[in-house]
Design a protein around this ligand. Structure first.
Ligand code: MG
Length: 159
C-alpha cells in the first residue's frame, strides 16, 4: 500500500542574523519569528510525514508550550517523526518541497537542503526535491513578510 501526505508551515520574518531552512543555516539580514528555529521546511515535512501515516500533526507530537520541544532543532523533530512512521511499518519513498520566499534566494542552498533532508530521513538525495518560488510580489509572502513551505511525501507499506 502507498499513502500520500501533505504539510504546510509559515513563519513571519523579522530583521535578524540568519535563518534555518531545511536544516541549512542561511546567512542573511532576516530571522524567522518562532518558538523554535522556525524552520518552515522541516516543519512542513514533519506534517507531511505524520499526515501520510494519519498520525496527527506537529503540534500534537511536539507542543510549543512544552519546554522539552521549545528550543529543539527541527532536525530532531523530523528524526522523531520518521521514527514514529517507520515503527508502524511505513517506509518513506520520496519528498517534494516547495518554499515560498521573496528573500533570501533559495537556489544557492537547495542542494545543501536536499543533502540534509536526505540524511535526516534516510532517503537517497535523488528522492528529495527542493524547489522555490517568490510569490511574484503578491500578498504578504510576496512582500517578504514571511516564509512558507509546502511538503508532499509518499510512504509505502514495507511488510
Ligand atoms: Mg513552524
Amino acid at each position: 500500500m502507498i499513502r500520500i501526505g501533505h504539510g504546510y508551515d509559515i513563519h513571519a520574518t523579522t530583521r535578524g542574523n540568519g535563518i534555518v531552512l531545511g536544516g541549512v543555516e542561511i546567512p542573511c539580514d532576516l530571522a524567522l519569528r518562532a518558538h523554535s528555529d522556525g524552520d518552515v521546511v522541516l516543519h512542513a515535512l514533519v506534517d507531511a510525514v505524520l499526515g501520510a501515516a494519519a498520525l496527527g500533526d506537529i503540534g500534537r507530537h511536539f507542543p510549543d508550550d512544552d519546554p522539552a520541544w521549545r528550543e529543539v532543532a527541527s532536525s530532531r523533530l523530523i528524526e522523531r517523526a520518521m521514527r514514529l512512521v517507520t515503527e508502524r511499518g511505513w517506509s518513506l519513498v520520496n519528498v517534494d518541497i516547495s518554499i515560498i520566499a521573496r528573500a533570501p534566494r533559495i537556489a544557492p542552498h537547495a542542494e545543501s537542503m536536499r543533502a540534509t533532508i536526505a540524511r535526516l530521513t534516510g532517503l537517497p538525495a535523488g528522492s528529495v526535491s527542493v524547489k522555490a518560488t517568490t510569490h511574484e510580489g503578491l500578498d504578504a509572502l510576496g512582500r517578504g513578510e514571511g516564509i512558507a513551505a509546502h511538503a508532499v511525501c509518499l510512504i509505502a507499506d514495507v511488510s
